[in-house]
Design a protein around this ligand. Structure first.
Ligand code: C2E
Ligand code: CA
Ligand code: CA
Ligand code: CA
Length: 271
């Protein structure tokens, strides 16, 4: 009826208002150095030592998380300059840690599908790495399966270009979408990141075989396997037993600002 329609309209106005507000905040952040990266350690399960980090985007002083602002940035096209800022900042931070005498460790950045249309991105990446004298194999790029579904031929070209530079590619959120194992055979992927939902299901025994098969398959294709969203000691034990190469999750550490990473950079996060 009429009331329902008005309610619906009201809701749409609210959604739109929020989008406009988020877009405004992103514009402001781009102009006024309003972004920052936090870094979540990735550990090697036997020793618990930190083997690398995933860089995750935040808005300074605002509690909106990327799951809300990245889709807006994709819609408005702001993801292109934001993505470039992420590249520059992650590489600057790697150089800064190195200049403080710490050993280089791989840092992964996330790329959304819209960024694959950023023609100059691979050149930009190469230039930034050169500028800071960071070997390309220390930079990892995480792409999701949805990227692969959307624009397959362009995607292959884009990823091959990154591989030619020496950048490593990880398939993110594995196990959430269509999980077409076929991608694994023709794309230049070095790592599979198992989604949290898979790690969670692994707590129940019925998915042990599935997990073991994915890990075995990945290894037979010369890929490394990282489990994400590891929160429980039980998950850690099972994943370690299955031969999972790396783990990431609140059990080890939350994503941290760079200055909080520095003092634990060489620590072991499992005793
Ligand atoms: P993602 O790439 O799958 O990143 C993992 C997300 O899981 C992060 O959320 C991280 O904080 C969270 N997480 C890590 N360990 C745990 C755990 O043990 N339990 C739980 N519940 N969560 C955990 P975050 O930082 O909010 O990022 C959400 C998504 O936003 C990312 O998912 C990624 O797709 C996107 N994103 C983040 N930063 C960027 C960026 O710089 N560029 C692009 N294009 N996307 C980004
Ligand atoms: Ca990721
Ligand atoms: Ca993920
Ligand atoms: Ca995700």
């Amino acid at each position: 009826g009429k009331n329902h329609y008005m309610y619906f309209q009201q809701e749409m106005i609210e959604v739109l208002k929020e989008k406009v507000e988020t877009e405004r905040r992103l514009t402001e952040a781009l102009a006024e150095d309003g972004f920052r990266l936090v870094y979540q350690p990735q550990v090697e399960p036997i020793t618990g030592s930190i083997v690398g980090f995933e860089a995750l985007l935040r808005l300074k002083g605002i509690a909106i998380l990327p799951d809300r602002f990245i889709p807006v940035a994709e819609e408005t096209g702001q993801i292109i300059p934001i993505g470039r800022w992420v590249v520059g900042e992650a590489i600057r931070q790697m150089a800064s840690w190195r200049d403080q005498g710490l050993p280089l460790k791989p840092v992964a950045i996330n790329l959304s599908s819209k960024q694959l249309s950023d023609e100059g991105l691979h050149g930009y990446l190469q230039q930034k790495l050169l500028e800071k004298n960071i070997p390309a194999e220390y930079l990892e790029v995480e792409i999701t399966e949805s990227v692969l579904l959307e624009e397959s031929t362009d995607t292959t070209t884009f990823l091959n270009r990154l591989r030619e530079i020496g950048i490593r590619i990880a398939l993110d959120d594995f196990g959430t979408g269509y999980s077409s194992l076929i991608y694994l055979t023709y794309l230049p992927i070095q790592k599979i990141k198992l989604d949290k939902t898979l790690s969670d299901r692994f707590l129940k025994d019925e998915s042990v075989e599935v997990m073991n098969s994915i890990i075995t398959l990945g290894h037979s294709l010369n890929m490394e396997i990282t489990a994400e969203g590891v929160e429980e000691p039980e998950q850690y034990r099972k994943l370690k037993k299955s031969g999972c190469d790396f783990m990431q999750g609140y059990l080890f550490s939350r994503p941290l600002p760079a200055e909080e990473v520095t003092p634990i950079y060489n620590s072991q996060l499992i005793s």
